[in-house]
Ligand binder design. Structure first.
Ligand code: MN
Length: 358
């Protein structure tokens, strides 16, 4: 039995992960942590009997639930995933990573740490799991581009005017994936896809100009890799995160899963379209922050987290999300080559600034 800790066990990925762990029956859950949902955490603890449970960001407990595990699943939402990721790398763990914001805000820092410590990150994000499976240890020089697919979210064909009127309930209706609230909003603004470009850049060491977004409304092809000879290898499966989670846990092996197999004839057709960024300023802002680098991606992310929270609370409109992010980025003085403290400072300052914005 391998020992596993699930950080963020009460969220959408965390609960699916516990399903997968139950199904696989070869992991011992030794640690569970949650941000707020104490009652679900209590239920989970009753079933899995972990040695350690933690609520919130209680530092010491969180370190011991990483240090005692062989495998750590990080499915914490937002910048809060950064410290656990840094700790898991320093403790040389096998890391199943579902949190993308940590890579977005501290990509260079994480890359440096991975040179120093022999930890291994296996992506859980569906696109990155797909890319990981397509690359499968091949020489990066053989890759000509990464094709990152996007469903386009619920507002793919909306006009700017339509977008100005959307309500929280419209945003929370994602056409193909059932996910947590924060990432569902991020998918509607398409900032999620911007995050994923940055995530792919760092996880696979691929330059930005070799990462292409293709709209694929059916979300069956989870991403693809084009090789120098013109072959494209893609990964297809149902829109069920349990496949990507399970692969991250069983890698390099594959095990039977509980997810229903794809029936290609019943799908009929798969469509692919160009992505035009016009109505999705959040996507552009994400890539701009990556080009600027330093502490700017941390500002982008913190501003987005606060703006999304305000939107979900009904305090601001959908199109104010990019406006808030832009203001925060304009105000920020970038620090190049930031250390962890610089990144956390930028995160903290930006949250304060955007909290007060109207
Ligand atoms: Mn994704």
């Amino acid at each position: 039995m391998k020992k596993i800790s699930v950080l963020g066990s009460t969220g959408s990925i965390g609960t699916s992960a516990l399903d997968v762990i139950t199904h696989l029956n070869n992991f011992k859950v030794i640690g569970l942590s949650a941000n707020k949902n104490k009652s679900l955490l209590k239920k989970q603890a009753k079933k899995f009997k972990p040695e350690i449970t933690a609520v919130g960001r209680s530092g010491l407990k969180n370190i011991s639930l990483i240090s005692k595990a062989d495998v750590v699943l990080i499915s914490v939402v937002g910048a809060a995933g950064l410290i656990p990721l840094v700790n898991a790398i320093k403790l040389k763990k096998k890391i199943a990573l579902a949190n993308k914001e940590a890579i977005v805000i501290a990509g260079d820092l994480i890359a440096e740490l991975l040179k120093k410590y022999p930890a291994k990150i296996i992506p859980v994000d569906s696109e990155h799991s797909a890319i990981f499976q397509c690359i499968d240890g091949k020489n990066p020089k053989e890759i000509s581009k990464i094709i990152l697919t996007a469903s386009g979210g619920p507002f793919r064909n909306y006009s700017k005017k339509d977008l100005s009127e959307v309500k929280v309930k419209d945003v929370l209706k994602h056409p193909t994936w059932k996910m947590g609230r924060k990432i569902t909003v991020d998918s509607a603004t398409m900032i999620n896809k911007g995050f994923e470009v940055i995530e792919a850049h760092y996880l696979f060491g691929i330059p930005y100009e070799k990462i292409e977004i293709v709209i694929h409304p059916q979300s069956i092809v989870h991403s693809a890799v084009e090789f120098v000879d013109g072959s494209i290898i893609s990964q297809m499966s149902r829109t069920d995160m349990r496949i990507a989670i399970q692969y991250a846990l069983t890698y390099p092996e594959r095990k039977i899963s509980t997810v229903k197999k794809l029936d290609l004839p019943s799908l009929g057709k798969l469509e692919f379209f160009n992505f035009s960024t016009g109505n999705f300023p959040c996507f552009e802002l994400a890539l701009t922050s990556a080009r600027i680098g330093g502490t700017m991606p941390a500002v982008l992310n913190a501003a987005n987290e606060v703006a999304v929270k305000k939107f979900l609370e009904g305090k601001i409109r959908f199109l104010q999300i990019p406006k808030f992010i832009e203001k925060a980025m304009k105000k920020h003085r970038v620090k190049k080559n930031p250390d962890l403290e610089d990144i956390l400072d930028a995160d903290f300052e930006t949250r304060k600034f955007v909290e007060e914005m109207k």
